[in-house]
Write a protein that binds this ligand. Structure first.
Ligand code: FES
Length: 320
């Protein structure tokens, strides 16, 4: 289980319409656990839910974590709680930083593409790349100036000339064209993408025309995916508890093991947070999450059991 500690909210700031940032520090001034650009923390709500928020500050800082939250009226309530209840001086329960969206060490050109609140992990990446003297370009797309967070900071940052803004209400700025951008990239470019599902989908479609580039992406919410209709029942063996279970086509692994009294920590139940990551001892995995990288998947030794399944005819043996 992720290490949980209490931190104090030391600053709350409105960064744009419906976007607020929160600075968190240790109550006794201790240094906080390290993180790397792209990492997120879990914020635990009093109701027992957890929400993930990307760290946007410089990853060399040890005295604070900074997150930003978009208020989502239709969301599950975490962002409304952060906006309506959380204020400076409050204590929040925070999980240790985890990184499912790390910068890969490479000498290839680096392109950061952010849509709206998706700027948060990419802001940390920009700071980290800048500190290391690694060139990159940050493309930041928003609906309007009012909905563009960190505008002053971006315009005054040492990396300001690396930022290309695409605000929907600024005719002097270029219009974001994912296909055109993809067409302009050098072979081998690494692209880091974060934003709303619709924005990311559009960029992912455009990126399909450039299989000679490498796309890294982080979802804040799972895309609306309809069941494919090819869900099949499969056999699941639990190596530690010793059971053999059938997972029917209309149930997930976590539902089935829960019915048999086997607990697994859960959070998003959408394949985006990584909380239910489970070691796979054998079997072929049908990955359906938005968390594991291509390299993680290729190893075939772990899966997110809230959404992923077994491939046709395979028996999955899990370390549960
Ligand atoms: S609970 Fe979030 S990925 Fe499974």
């Amino acid at each position: 289980m992720n290490d949980v500690r209490e931190l104090i909210v030391s600053k709350v700031r409105d960064e744009a319409e419906a976007i607020r940032s929160f600075e968190l520090v240790s109550p006794d001034g201790d240094l906080l656990p390290c993180f790397s650009a792209g990492a997120h923390i879990d914020v635990h709500t009093p109701e027992g839910a957890t929400r993930q928020y990307s760290l946007l500050n410089d990853d060399r800082e040890r005295h604070r974590y900074v997150i930003a939250v978009l208020r989502e009226e239709e969301g599950r309530g975490g962002s409304r709680w952060m906006h309506d209840v959380v204020e400076a001086g409050m204590r929040l329960r925070i999980g240790a930083p985890r990184n499912a969206f790390p910068l890969e060490a490479c000498s290839a050109p680096i392109i950061l593409i952010a849509g709206g609140i998706g700027i948060t992990p990419l802001l940390a990446m920009a700071r980290s790349l800048e500190a290391k003297g690694i060139p990159y370009v940050l493309h930041f797309v928003t609906r309007s100036t009012a909905r563009t967070p960190f505008l002053t900071e971006l315009s005054q940052a040492p990396f300001a000339e690396r930022v290309v803004l695409y605000r929907g209400d600024c005719p002097d700025e270029p219009r974001f064209d994912a296909e055109k951008l993809m067409g302009s990239l050098s072979p081998g470019s690494h692209i880091y993408l974060c934003g709303s599902v619709g924005f990311m989908d559009a960029v992912c479609v455009a990126a399909q025309a450039r299989p000679d580039t490498v796309l890294h992406k982080e979802y804040f919410a799972a895309p609306a995916i309809q069941p494919t209709g090819d869900e099949e029942a499969f056999t699941l063996q639990l190596a530690r508890s010793g059971g053999e279970l059938i997972v029917p086509s209309d149930k997930s692994i976590v539902e089935v093991i829960g019915e048999h009294g086997v607990e697994c920590p859960l959070n998003c139940e959408q394949g985006i947070c990584g909380t239910c990551l489970t070691t796979v001892i054998s079997g072929e995995i049908d990955h359906r999450d938005f968390y594991l990288s291509a390299a993680d998947r290729a190893r075939g030794d772990q899966m997110l059991i809230c959404v992923s399944r077994a491939k046709h005819g395979s028996v999955l043996v899990l370390d549960l």
